[in-house]
Design a protein around this ligand. Structure first.
Ligand code: URP
Ligand code: ZN
Ligand code: ZN
Length: 460
């Protein structure tokens, strides 16, 4: 099967030009002006942008968390991602404390295999690093193609590891050719503030925010950077939100350290004033919480300074009924918000359309850098001969409104309800097949493939 895409404006992390693109089977076969190959099908992309498929390296699908499960399955979540122009996601497998990585992977495979609609990979979250786990790191990297290991410096008693385990894990992961990623907030200080607020009867969602001040993230980010520098392990901070934390990273660069940083779309465009809406603020209860306007300014600047390499979502949706678990106590509100479908369009509208970032930077942070950092490049994350034909045809001028009435995520509210945005995904190809066309998904569950990833070096 071959497909010719004519006259689109192709955007990569480095280039922008009008050309034709020939897709043969699952990959890109040729790129050029006025290509005259015979093809089974032709799409006229005049007036449209042609991007690489988006890569969201931070999503939580069907994840057991805080006494419930995130509401998108691998089927609904990856389908919604495709609607929004994201063709590959990296989900998190969570080791259960006292159990093996292998068991955790089997558990996640049993839910994802045969159900995903879009392509996916896994990070392995190490919540209990011991001598048994140490031996499994190599197996994950060499046999399973899982080359990144997530750690939590918060959520004590459930997911958090201590610094002793962190350093030991880093040493092993470095040795085997992987990367350690981190949720960098100071779990002990947060637990103290949560307990204090509860004891004082301060139970509204606002106190979720007030229990995780900027200092908790700045401190943990600096500590993590120090441990990564000491061990030399490739390292990545997930969902960085604020000026203090980015300054810790900036400081690390002064000793010539390279540390990757991800922020998420919500931290660029939403702020903590949403927590003043009484219980409705639960829609945005996530960890770390939304921050201040000054932090948004820092994050946009950080992207342009090259200190922030990735914009993800930390998609972790819960139905309103699930959020109500915390209606009398903010500490029981399941943490997380839905965005897997909205990231590409929101980042285009709020970033490129407003002039905050260039269209090349947009592709860099949403597609190419996630692929490079996590060992998917050049199969994924760019438009090049031989790469997977994961492509988005995008109308940069079409205006539309985000709503839970029209989104495809399995969640009954939108964190961006009523937002009017500019730029719309029209057609999406995944491995050479048109999977989304004008709002319709043309493939069934099971089309999505697990993608084994390459070893990583900590440089891109
Ligand atoms: O609130 C969040 N972020 N929920 C998902 C788990 C995590 O910390 O990433
Ligand atoms: Zn986190
Ligand atoms: Zn997360």
């Amino acid at each position: 099967m071959s497909l010719l895409i004519k006259n689109g404006r192709i955007i990569t992390a480095t280039d922008a030009y009008v050309a034709d693109l020939l897709v043969e089977g699952e990959t890109i076969r040729a790129i050029g002006k006025d290509l005259s190959f015979p093809a089974d099908e032709t799409i006229d992309a005049t007036g449209l942008l042609v991007f690489p498929g988006g890569i969201d390296p931070h999503v939580h699908l069907d994840m057991p968390f805080m006494g419930t499960f995130s509401s998108d399955t691998h089927e609904t979540g990856t389908r919604a991602a495709l609607h929004g122009g994201t063709t590959t996601v990296i989900d998190f497998v969570l080791q259960k404390q006292g159990h093996s990585l292998k068991d955790a992977l089997a558990d996640w495979n049993s839910r994802a295999e045969g159900t995903a609609v879009g392509d996916y990979s896994f990070h392995m979250a190490v919540t209990d690093f011991n001598e048994n786990t140490r031996a499994e790191i190599q197996q994950m990297i060499e046999n399973e193609g899982i080359t990144s290991f997530k750690t939590f410096m918060a959520y004590k008693g459930a997911l958090m590891i201590d610094d002793r385990q962190m350093v030991a894990l880093m040493q092993e992961v470095k040795k085997q050719g992987g990367m350690v990623t981190v949720h960098a907030t100071n779990g002990d200080v947060i637990d103290y503030l949560v307990a204090k607020h509860r004891a004082e009867g301060k139970l509204a969602p606002l106190y979720h925010y007030l229990s995780q001040p900027e200092m908790t993230e700045a401190e943990a980010s600096g500590r993590f950077a120090d441990m990564a520098d000491y061990t030399g392990c490739p390292a990545y901070i997930v969902h960085l939100t604020c000026e203090g934390a980015l300054n810790a990273v900036r400081n690390a660069t002064r000793r010539n350290q390279k540390l990757f940083v991800e922020t998420c779309i919500q931290y660029l465009i939403l702020d903590a004033s949403l927590y003043e809406k009484d219980f409705e603020g639960a829609k945005w209860v996530m960890s770390p919480p939304l921050r201040e306007k000054k932090d948004q300014t820092t994050l946009w600047a950080g992207i342009n300074q090259g200190l922030v390499q990735v914009v993800a979502t930390d998609h972790c949706p819960f139905m309103w009924e699930q959020k109500l678990m915390g209606k009398d106590d903010f500490s029981k509100i399941p943490n997380g918000h839905p965005a897997i479908e909205n990231r590409m369009e929101l980042l285009y509208s709020e970033g490129v359309h407003t002039g905050k970032i260039t269209e090349n930077k947009y592709i860099e942070v949403a597609c190419t850098n996630p692929a490079k950092i996590f060992g998917l490049f050049p199969k994924k994350g760019t438009i090049a001969v031989g790469s997977d034909a994961d492509l988005v045809l995008f109308d940069p001028t079409e205006k539309h409104t985000i709503s839970a009435q029209t989104h495809h995520m399995h969640v009954d509210y939108s964190a961006y309800e009523g937002w009017e945005i500019t730029g719309k995904v029209k057609t999406v190809l995944l491995r050479g097949k048109v999977v989304i066309d004008n709002g319709n998904c043309l493939v069934e569950k099971g089309y999505g493939q697990f993608i084994k990833r390459n070893k990583v070096s900590g440089t891109i």
